[in-house]
Design a protein around this ligand. Structure first.
Ligand code: DGJ
Length: 726
């Protein structure tokens, strides 16, 4: 079992072939973090426990009791679960207020338990796997005075350098306890010589890769909007200062949560670094009644010494195999045409039937009817909440029957967490919308947000969606979410529980998604949030695809897709070829093929030439499907760093095939003319049909591929396929 307790040293050692994680139970029963990094067969406890000289002691029963070196030193120790009030002045992982108003806690080790496998987190998304994939350590701590218990859970993976963590708090007192904050994971590092990598963005410019050196003080990325947001992503990495795509230490966290989160990097006066990830305490306060417990979301911790590229490939594999639902690991996703950019709200049955005919001709496998099919919705001013077909506008049975004639599938758009003031739902249940007492509610895109903390509201939403799924053969749902929460308030929660609003909101959303997946397991869910405003590991658990961005120009998409691919699988990146005129159809397809690939245009308006191109693209999509969905991604040239070029490649697991893509966002001083490929087998030879040439793998990786410049101009792109010659 890859978790051992060394009772001589009082050290818990989690390990697999590549990583080790060491926790020390101090003489005074504190939990000291010793180490996370490459696998250690042997370690020196004295060196690991070392902390700077300190003068803290405890006044115990009239006597001053000095700490030994192997006691916990709040001020300088590296901590597993730092708590508030006894001398750790860094940000702490937990803070509670007991019924006397006292916030001090001193969580001490009680026992631990090691088991095979990994459990499911109640009501929350998490990685899953068998007893062969995971081993679990639970450490039980207690604060004797407040009578609160904490269960720290660690799940180490057998085959990946990954440990997942969560915390559960149980109030074992007979009084209410207020939970002020609870981070899912705390990681202390012995120095502050790291770069901090994270993703930032905005609407239509999501997930730009950023980094800076860890600085004295606190740096934070967080969301307050009720969703992970366009602006930040619940992911980060601390890397050694020399780390790059191909080498260097990378300690990364991916937080499996879609609500308000916080990632905090803090340095101490002793030049150590603390990394905390969890629910954002700014909008969180949870009242735990006697014997109630609180479950934190799960954080995924990853370590590699092979750089950021390897981090990406590990995340892709782990999320594809242990986060995304089993069904979508093996079932080929249908190639879709989405109606939004081609039709907006302007469609009727006849137009859709013609679009279906044309789509079938092109080789499309599914029509997704986006916004505008329900209530009285002909613009974005009304009807959210009324999830029944606008029969004056569209005969959905006829549309679906027509698709079935061609053996095509059907997908439908919903925005389940929203309500328009101009809707039957609002007229009947105005109290379903989030509003605060005696204030005018803020509208965004003419809509309000439903109070998903209420079971009655969630039931109503689920019933409406399931009625549609029962009546129509729907193969796919696009789950949109086009505004943030304001005036967060729910009368039902009352004063005592109001601080739970944001967390309960996302639990409400998760509960509906879970129910749909359970009761309609064949329905494919693609989540969306005004483009990519809720792209996180939490949503991926319920739906294997996320609409990456409303920015659909291929060139503008380069940095968005690069950033997204940093920590989420390419198979999850909703990417469509659209009619956006800025870039040519060849480049659009090459860029969209980095993700799920699909179309979002009106095929009735296309010229014959473009239709022929699309048919060819669809052939290539099928040919490269396994490579682009499940292959290993190598980023070769970053468009965030180089405005004149972008390049990436996919390599299959057994290195027998690869797809190389090169895009010129802007014609400029191209450095001549070789590019080194990555990830191939140096002993293999590869045939490239586009160049009609065979190359040796080592040659391609050490000398490189020579690019011909006929096509190097603004907006151009090429892809070369390489197949092993046996
Ligand atoms: C925002 C999404 O990002 C778009 O793809 C589209 O579905 C619109 N909403 C529809 O209102």
């Amino acid at each position: 079992m890859p978790i051992k307790f060394n009772s001589k040293d009082n050290v818990l050692h989690l390990y697999n072939k590549t990583i080790s994680y060491l926790i020390f139970i101090s003489n005074d029963k504190g939990l000291i973090h010793l180490y996370f990094g490459p696998n250690l067969k042997k370690y020196d406890l004295d060196t690991l426990v070392y902390h700077t000289i300190h003068y803290n002691s405890k006044y115990v029963d009239g006597q001053e009791k000095f700490n030994s070196l192997f006691d916990l030193n709040d001020e300088t120790s590296m901590m597993e679960f730092p708590d508030f009030g006894t001398g750790d002045y860094r940000s702490v992982a937990v803070k509670i207020k007991n019924s006397y108003g006292d916030c001090t806690t001193d969580f001490q080790y009680k026992k631990h338990k090691i088991t095979k496998g990994k459990g499911k987190l109640e009501g929350l998304p998490s990685l899953y796997g068998t007893e062969n994939d995971f081993t679990t350590l639970q450490i039980f701590l207690q604060d004797k005075v407040s009578k609160v218990e904490a269960v720290l859970e660690y799940n180490i993976m057998e085959n990946y350098p990954i440990i997942t963590r969560n915390v559960k708090l149980v109030n074992k007192s007979s009084n209410d306890i207020v939970l002020k904050y609870l981070y899912s994971a705390c990681l202390d590092f012995p120095t502050m010589d790291y770069n901090f990598y994270y993703l930032t963005g905005q609407y239509c410019k999501e997930r730009t890769i950023r980094h800076n050196k860890v600085q004295p003080g606190i740096q934070m990325i967080s969301s307050l909007e009720g969703k992970s947001s366009h602006h930040t992503t619940p992911f980060c990495a601390l890397t050694s200062l020399d780390a790059c795509e191909d080498y260097g230490d990378v300690y990364s966290i991916n937080f499996i949560y879609s609500g308000n989160f916080e990632i905090r990097v803090e340095t101490s006066p002793c030049d150590s670094t603390r990394l905390l990830v969890g629910i954002n305490p700014e909008t969180f306060e949870y009242c735990l009644t006697p014997y109630e417990s609180f479950q934190s979301p799960e954080a995924v911790l990853l370590y590699t010494n092979k750089g950021l590229g390897e981090m990406t490939r590990i995340y892709h594999k782990v999320f594809n195999n242990h986060l995304i639902s089993k069904r979508w690991q093996t079932t080929k996703r249908p190639l879709l045409l989405n109606s939004w950019e081609g039709c907006i709200f302007d469609f009727d049955t006849e137009k859709l039937l013609k679009i279906i005919d044309e789509s079938h001709e092109l080789g499309i496998e599914m029509l997704v009817l986006d916004d505008g099919w329900f209530g009285k919705r002909n613009s974005d001013t009304s009807s959210l909440g009324d999830w029944y077909v606008n029969k004056d506008k569209v005969d959905l049975h006829k549309v679906i029957n027509h698709l079935h004639k061609y053996n095509m599938k059907f997908g439908l758009w919903f925005e389940p967490e929203m309500i328009c003031p101009d809707s039957d739902l609002y007229r009947k249940h105005p109290n379903y919308a989030i509003k605060s007492n005696n204030r005018y509610p803020t509208l965004m895109r003419h809509q309000m947000v439903l109070n998903m903390t209420s079971k009655e509201v969630c039931d109503n939403v689920y019933q409406q969606i399931s009625k549609m799924l029962d009546e129509y053969e729907i193969d796919y749902i696009k789950w949109d979410h086009n505004r943030s929460i304001t005036e967060a308030y729910s009368k039902e929660l009352g004063y005592k529980h109001m601080g739970e609003f944001y967390h309960r909101f996302i639990l409400g959303t998760y509960s509906i998604l879970e129910k749909i997946n359970t009761n309609y397991p064949n329905v494919l869910i693609e989540s969306c949030c005004g483009g990519g405003g809720r792209y996180d590991a939490g949503m991926l658990y319920y739906g294997p695809q996320v609409w990456t961005s409303d920015e659909t120009d291929a060139i503008a998409r380069l940095t968005i897709q690069e950033g997204t691919s940093f920590c989420f699988p390419c198979s999850s990146m909703g990417s469509h070829v659209t009619a956006n005129p800025r870039t040519n159809y060849n480049t659009k397809a090459k860029v969209a093929m980095m993700g799920t690939f699909g179309y979002e245009l009106n095929p009735l308006t296309l010229s014959q030439d473009i239709k022929e191109m699309i048919k060819q693209q669809i052939k290539e999509y099928h040919q490269y499907y396994n490579l682009t969905h499940f292959g290993n991604l190598y980023r070769l040239i970053s468009p965030s760093v180089n405005p004149y070029k972008a390049s990436w490649m996919f390599v299959s697991d057994n290195k027998d095939e690869a797809l190389f893509t090169y895009v010129v966002p802007l014609r400029g001083p191209q450095s001549l003319s070789y590019i080194k490929l990555k990830g191939l087998d140096e002993n293999k030879d590869y045939y490239c049909p586009q160049l009609d040439k065979t190359f040796n793998g080592k040659f391609l990786m050490t000398y490189g591929l020579r690019l011909t410049f006929a096509w190097v101009d603004t907006g151009q792109a090429i892809s070369y396929y390489f197949k092993e010659v046996k």
